[in-house]
Design a protein around this ligand. Structure first.
Ligand code: KIV
Length: 295
């Protein structure tokens, strides 16, 4: 997947699958899947750091997680989220943030809204960095929106959404996330644009879908908005595995003999001492953990 494939997939009517990802081990699982591309979303402030909103994500945080994901999924197209206000403090600060994410391993950046920063979007694009837009529910504006609410529920609001989407397309965005928008409105916007839309809570008539890794895998119990489909109850799987480990430690069932290393110097009670075998350096040979972890 590269940036041109987004347009190609929309033109050919093929859906784009995207998932958020924030760390190395999860990225390895995504790398081994058929998912088309990864978003290192600023939702990591909530999923990975426990903050109540995305406002606490910083550029340094985003770059650190982007670098970990890039190491775990080197062949996937990675979009790095520009965090709260990082592109609203002038061109230099915005470009510094873009620089950090791109050198950390992102192939594109995402930013929310367009009012007041269309010129910055244009400058980032003209600098050779693909930009993904994000409209509808824009979580960085949670306080201005009065909470996490479905957007564009009136014709007037849908008209504004449509014109902002066109502004982002004209500024050079290669794709636009539509978050929490009624399905028919998202369809209208998608059909009126040349570039693809990636929906989250925006119904089926968009060019692709993005969901949060923890939500898809049931790692966020109790969070079940209407738009979410949970594909595995991983929280429960992990909880059961941890309790089984705890039981085995406390009962002495773990570790077993086959999970323990043999010490060549150890003499079973009642056994005769074997002939001493001297290693090359004159000492009895010992297990070297680096090369013999499984013996
Ligand atoms: O940060 C994020 O995870 C996002 C998606 C919800 C689109 O922006």
């Amino acid at each position: 997947m590269n940036v041109q494939d987004f347009q190609k997939m929309k033109d050919e009517g093929r859906k784009i699958s995207m998932i958020t990802c924030y760390d190395y081990s999860s990225a390895r699982a995504v790398a081994d899947s058929n998912i088309d591309c990864i978003l290192v979303g600023d939702s990591l402030a909530m999923t990975m750091h426990g903050y109540p909103t995305t406002l606490s994500a910083t550029t340094a945080m985003m770059a650190l997680h982007t670098a970990a994901v890039a190491k775990g999924a080197p062949a996937k197209f990675i979009v790095g989220d520009l965090p709260f206000l990082s592109y609203r403090k002038g061109l230099k600060d915005a470009m510094d943030a873009v620089h950090e994410l791109m050198t950390a391993g992102a192939h594109a950046v995402k930013l929310e809204g367009v009012r007041g920063h269309a010129e910055i979007v244009r400058h980032i694009v003209d600098s050779g960095v693909p930009v993904m837009g994000h409209l509808g529910l824009t979580p960085q504006s949670v306080h201005a929106l009065g909470g996490m609410k479905v957007q564009a529920r009136t014709n007037a609001a849908l008209k504004v959404l449509g014109s902002e989407a066109h502004e982002l397309e004209e500024a050079g965005c290669f794709a636009i996330v539509l978050e929490c928008v009624p399905a028919q409105g998202a369809r209208r916007v998608t059909d009126s644009l040349r570039v693809p839309t990636i929906g989250i809570g925006a119904g089926p008539y968009v060019s692709g879908q993005v969901l949060v890794y923890q939500d898809v895998l049931g790692l966020n119990p109790g969070f079940k908005p209407k738009f979410l489909r949970v594909y595995a109850n991983t929280f429960e799987v992990i909880r059961k595995a941890l309790n089984a480990y705890d039981d085995d430690v406390k009962s002495g069932a773990f570790p077993s003999a086959s999970e323990s290393y043999k010490d060549p110097d150890f003499i079973e009670p009642g056994a005769t001492k074997p002939t001493e075998h001297a290693g090359e350096n004159g000492r009895g040979s010992r297990i070297t953990l680096t090369s013999e972890m499984n013996q």
